[in-house]
Design a protein around this ligand. Structure first.
Ligand code: ATP
Ligand code: MG
Length: 441
């Protein structure tokens, strides 16, 4: 028996993908995807995370013990099948395994809360309730393998450019950008919140002279509305760069997004096939820049609701503009009044800021800006938002002791994966999504 381990160094077991038509014998452990009993002949489809293998059981020709085991098998049980491999055109992967021995490793109860082999997908809620079963489906597993590849690319890409990976607190005393959208928590005798963004901490590490920092971590938003692009716990890819302006970090963002697509295209062809998203395509470099005021002009005639200069872009507006643009693009030159106080206004036109959003035609992916690094200007901008600068002591202090110019952005990891793979709902890109109604599992 020749074993080809799934991962070198792990328990000796042959991965399904490594069984080819000219493998002589194999011992394969996996889950019972399907069982079909046709009288004299039975079939098991055996599944592991690398693929599916047909096990063919001619009842007269295999040991009686094998026939016995097959008779009592339930779907989704874990079994080990040892036998001879035969080339056969009709089977998946052009081969089948004829067993000499089948060992039941771990039996599954039936009925299953979710049918793993079912072609028609169950409702998303049912799937999320039984997520461990849902994630056994090749299509779902593929999403998370790709998400993992994306996160690896982000790390590699930023490490190559000498970024320092930082970890900042998720339990905080005050809001980053005002009091809305925050989850309060009980913190001993004090009131505290779950952090909505690492913004202020990233900037403090710029003050510390770290030059280039990033964090991939959770952000918490008490969004009450139930949409297909919002989560209450999301993952933000956050970057901050010293001695850089908005143009430099926009280029960095574009390069990173393209690198993620390229690596997925190169390393995950089977996963892309499993997801069956034919429109997967690496975006072309040179993302278009659309001025905020032109974005409003595109959206206004297409919408039922009126929209004017100074309004935030509604979901309908984003869609209308996205249809027109057709590919990734930046919206630049936002009115200062609708961007956070830390966005840098243009010196010659302070009503407009050096802020940008990276857009996919379907939704916003990232927001960023050159930041205000002057203490007095920052105080004035905080006050202009109706907030009291005296409440921002710990944030403002670094700006008094040598804060370099800097810029940065936050990119939503789930939105990146959702749009890359054409997923209908952002919840599909999260193992255990948190939304208004979902706290379990
Ligand atoms: P939106 O307007 O779409 O609600 P936002 O402008 O409030 O998003 P930002 O504060 O700019 O979000 O956060 C930066 C990025 O983090 C967003 O572009 C998005 O990709 C991601 N993000 C923010 N909030 C959420 C959320 N609730 N669910 C999923 N991703 C989010
Ligand atoms: Mg935004």
């Amino acid at each position: 028996m020749v074993y080809v381990p799934i991962v070198p160094g792990f328990i000796m077991r042959t991965s399904i993908a490594s069984v080819t038509p000219d493998t002589p014998t194999a011992a394969v452990t996996g889950w019972v995807h399907e069982i079909r009993d046709l009288g004299g002949l039975a079939f098991i489809l055996l599944r592991d995370r690398t693929g599916i293998l047909q096990v063919t059981i001619p009842k007269k020709k295999v040991p009686e013990a094998v026939v016995e085991t097959v008779r009592s098998l339930s779907k989704e049980s874990v079994i080990t099948v040892e036998g001879t491999v035969k080339a056969i055109e009709k089977a998946p992967g052009g081969r089948e395994l004829v067993p000499e021995r089948i060992t039941l490793v771990s039996a599954s109860e039936s009925p299953l809360p979710l049918d793993v082999a079912e072609k028609v997908q169950a409702e998303l809620d049912t799937r999320l309730d039984a997520r461990f079963l849902d994630a056994r489906r090749p299509r779902v597993a593929a999403i998370f393998q790709i998400r993992s590849r994306v996160q690896r690319t982000v790390h590699e890409f930023l490490y190559e450019r000498e970024f320092i990976n930082i970890t900042t607190p998720k339990i905080v005393a005050a809001a980053t950008e005002g009091g809305t959208e925050l989850f309060p928590i009980a913190y001993f005798e004090k009131e505290a919140f779950l952090n909505q963004s690492p913004q202020l901490y990233k900037q403090m590490m710029i003050a510390a002279g770290f030059d280039r920092v990033f964090e991939i971590g959770p952000i918490f938003r008490a969004e009450e509305h139930n949409t297909t692009k919002h989560l209450n716990e999301a993952t933000s890819i956050d970057v901050e760069v010293s001695f850089a302006g908005h143009e430099e970090v926009m280029q960095l963002l574009e390069d990173l997004v393209i690198a993620c697509y390229r690596d997925v295209e190169r390393d995950c062809p089977t996963q892309i096939a499993a997801i069956e998203y034919e429109a997967f395509a690496v975006p072309k470099p040179g993302f278009k820049r659309l001025q905020y005021k032109d974005a409003i002009d595109i959206a206004a005639p297409k919408l039922d609701e009126p929209i004017a200069y100074g309004d935030d872009l509604s979901t309908a507006a984003e869609r209308a503009i996205g249809e027109e643009m057709g590919e990734h693009y930046f919206i630049v030159d936002w009115p200062t009044e609708i961007k956070p106080y830390y966005a840098m206004p243009y010196e010659d036109n302070p009503a407009v800021s050096k802020a940008f959003d990276l857009m996919h035609p379907r939704m916003e992916l990232s927001s960023g800006a050159e930041r205000v690094h002057q203490h007095d200007l920052l105080r004035r901008q905080i006050a202009a938002k109706g907030l009291n600068p005296d409440n921002f002591g710990f944030y403002l202090s670094p700006f008094r002791y040598g804060m370099p110019p800097h810029a940065g952005w936050g990119l939503g990891a789930e939105r990146l994966v959702t749009t890359m793979l054409g997923l209908q709902n952002i919840r599909e890109a999260v193992l255990f999504p948190r939304d208004r109604h979902r706290l379990v599992p």
